[in-house]
Design a protein. Structure first.
Length: 162
């Protein structure tokens, strides 16, 4: 169920860039952080003790250099915004939200894989983060019996509104 973003092109409106190299790095970093949020990072907490169960890199997967798209183009919108301080805008947070493009592309890929595995074209639910395990289960490449069951006392705080 692994997924890789092979290419991403971003036209980013950062206003008048104070330092284009810094702004480009912030945009790239924000996008990759968003990839983690949408495709990798799942928090699990013990509902009785409040202990974080995904407290290490074995259970909690953050993006690494391998998650950076192979072809990653960032261009700045040519018209500067004059209304902000020094005519600039934020450079890290907005690209995080642009990572929804990868989440949407993954939905199309999963839909195609479901057809190949004989699951048809019916609607399927995709909650973020949509991890490799979620992908494999959704396309039908594996069954829930392939994995150890998550203990009943472990919850995902994001699904519970925490």
């Amino acid at each position: 169920g692994e997924s890789n973003v092979l290419s991403s092109s971003m036209l980013y409106d950062c206003g008048k860039s104070l330092n284009p190299l810094i702004d480009c790095g912030q945009a790239e970093g924000g996008f990759v952080m968003g990839l983690g949020y949408f495709l990798r990072e799942r928090l699990l907490v013990d509902k009785d003790t409040g202990k974080m169960e995904t407290d290490g890199t074995w259970e909690y997967k953050i993006p690494s250099f391998q998650d950076v798209p192979l072809n990653f183009d960032v261009e700045f919108f040519p018209r500067a915004h004059e209304g902000g301080i020094s005519s600039s805008k934020a450079s890290g947070e907005p690209p995080l939200v642009l990572a929804t493009s990868a989440f949407c592309a993954l939905r199309c890929a999963v839909a195609a894989a479901r057809e190949q595995f004989g699951k048809g074209k019916e609607f399927f639910r995709m909650d973020a983060p949509f991890t490799p395990r979620d992908i494999a289960l959704t396309i039908g490449a594996i069954s829930d019996k392939t994995f150890f069951k998550e203990p009943a006392d472990i919850i995902d705080p994001l699904l519970c509104g925490a």
